[in-house]
Ligand binder design. Structure first.
Ligand code: G6Q
Length: 551
């Protein structure tokens, strides 16, 4: 692949004036009251027809409030928004992150050896593989016990210190792939600047056997640096020698200068690049803890899963393209039905952190209110993503999804094989998944409720109107490869939506603001003398109260 690396030219863009948008508005009026019950009755093949398969992942999108025409119109909309060109720009390494003037090349992190990806005239693929090779050597040294702590003990505990994109991916991947992890080692993740996080992660560990990975793209993030300094003190308190740091600390960063200022030998630094966004970095060196946990071969399988989905996204026609379909259907509910949220419901305990991971991926990417041209949007952008693993959610918030007043589109994720075959657990788990999608779509009518002998006064409470939409994502088995495919599926679905809304899905100015604001207040909390507060009256009062009560 080659690139000219020209910042895309921006121009005023009125999404709602596009012919396909206007037709979709009319179409919405026609089908908004159609019930899935009749859609399925009229078309016995619907369940099989409205499905797609890519990179070994099956997507059933038939239980949505759509017809064939809806999909055609949404695909037309994508075409009118120049989405094909946007996909090409992404894969060609053009600087589509316009506000930070950066290429967006997470796809390069999983490109196979030998593929060329040119950024600013340089092929970045060999660098990516050089870092992966160094990570593999290090991971094997730690896993085999060849890498020793300062006092000669093998490393038994690995703690990743990072936050946001430098934490959520590693935690999610570790939990998701625990089945494949080295069980005689302990992996923990410290992100919160609340000292409790560090304390609880380390209280039962021996510093002589503990390795810290300080993961920070910038190496200036205050939470991470605070935790990193605490980790250094914790280590020095036990090992007494400054030289021990080199055996117990490695870093993942783009900032060699700050890494060496902290005292970590840059020989023990694993780099990445400014074209990797934090929330798109779990397959870069930020995944070092994952690689140590599951081993380099499994890590490479995960990368090949990512790549397979990348290729599917890049080449499949939109009507058969999983990330595109997922993105377009989500946009359909967001912009035409006015849905505010999307629930992600993995029926797999290993995916318990997947919804939290997706929250950052989706909401940090598409929580924007101005277009690439800097103009306020006149339509809704990123919905709120949330979720919990099934079946737990069924015993709490599903009530609202079934019978509440809001429309909540759901993504159900399930696997045909379990990694822990115990009795009939897995069939029971999957029966719940299928039953929930069925109940949401078809509900229970008044007649059905009466036929069960329900007294009149109770009937309204027991009626389920149904017509509540869901996608079902089905894969064979949760493997490192499948995890790569699932994450890439959502990455590209986020991009699909962001491209149509014409927003920058790859910047995060809201996060940057947060990083600065606290810095102003810290000295006001710590100062020995009463500071002159110049905030609003609420913030001033809160700070004064805190100062008064803190000791
Ligand atoms: C992700 C964001 C953000 C970032 C963290 C940590 O896309 O940019 O979540 O990952 O703020 O930043 P550092 O890795 O620089 O510490």
């Amino acid at each position: 692949m080659t690139t000219t690396n020209v910042t895309p030219k921006t121009h005023f863009f009125a999404l709602k004036e596009l012919p396909a948008w206007k037709t979709l508005e009319e179409h919405y009026q026609k089908i908004r009251n159609l019930h899935m019950r009749s859609l399925f009755t009229e078309d016995p093949q619907r369940g099989e027809r409205l499905s797609a398969e890519g990179a070994g992942i099956y997507l059933d999108y038939s239980k949505n409030r759509i017809t064939d025409e809806t999909i055609q119109l949404l695909v037309k909309l994508a075409g009118e928004c120049g989405f094909r060109e946007r996909i090409d720009s992404l894969f060609l390494g053009k600087k589509i992150n316009v506000t930070e003037v950066r290429a967006v090349l997470h796809i390069a992190l999983r490109a196979p050896k030998g593929e060329k990806i040119i950024v600013d005239g340089l092929d970045v693929a060999p660098e990516v593989h050089a870092v992966l090779d160094r990570m593999a050597v290090f991971a094997e040294q730690v896993r085999s016990g060849q890498w020793r702590g300062y006092s000669g003990h093998p490393i038994r505990n690995v703690i990743n210190i990072g936050i946001g994109g430098s934490d959520l991916g590693p935690v999610m991947a570790y939990e998701a792939l625990k089945h494949y992890s080295k069980r005689d080692m302990t992996f923990r993740f410290v992100s919160n600047v609340d000292g409790t996080d560090f304390e609880e992660a380390t209280r039962d560990l021996n510093p002589e056997e503990t390795l810290f990975i300080i993961s920070s793209k910038t190496f200036t993030t205050i939470e991470t640096m605070t935790n990193a300094h605490t980790a250094r003190e914790w280590t020095l308190k036990a090992l007494h020698h400054k030289e021990s740091i080199a055996r117990h600390f490695v870093s993942v960063s783009t900032n060699a200068q700050e890494v060496s200022k902290f005292g970590i030998d840059t020989a023990n630094m694993f780099g990445f690049w400014d074209w990797v966004g934090g929330r798109y970095s779990m397959d870069s060196a930020i995944g070092l803890s994952t690689m140590i946990a599951i081993g380099p071969d499994n890590f490479h399988s995960m990368l090949s899963g990512f790549h397979e989905m990348d290729e599917h996204f890049r080449t499949a026609p939109f009507e058969k393209n999983l990330p595109v379909l997922l993105g377009l259907i989500s946009l359909w509910y967001n912009n035409f039905f006015g849905a505010q949220t999307v629930a992600v419901l993995p029926y797999n305990q290993y995916l318990k952190r997947f919804p939290a991971y997706l929250q950052q991926l989706t909401m940090e990417s598409n929580g924007k209110h101005v277009t690439l041209d800097g103009v306020n949007v006149d339509y809704d952008t990123g919905p709120v993503y949330w979720g919990e693993p099934g079946t737990n959610g069924q015993h709490s918030f599903y009530q609202l999804i079934h019978q509440g007043t809001r429309l909540i589109p759901c993504d159900f994720i399930g696997f045909c094989q379990t990694l822990n075959p115990i009795g009939s657990h897995h069939d029971l788990l999957m029966a719940n998944l299928f039953a929930q999608t069925e109940a949401l779509a078809f509900g229970k009518t008044e007649d059905e409720v009466r036929a069960e002998g329900t007294p009149d006064w109770l009937v309204p409470h027991r009626v389920f109107e149904g017509n509540r939409p869901s996608n079902t994502i089905l894969a064979e088995r949760l493997t490192p490869e499948t995890l790569g495919k699932l994450v890439a599926l959502y990455e590209h679905s986020v991009f699909t939506q962001g491209a149509i809304w014409r927003i920058d899905s790859f910047d995060q100015w809201g996060v940057e603001l947060g990083k600065m604001l606290a810095k102003r207040i810290i000295p006001e909390l710590e100062s020995g003398t009463e500071p002159q507060l110049k905030h609003d009256s609420s913030t001033n009062a809160l700070i004064r109260r805190y100062r008064r009560l803190k000791s």
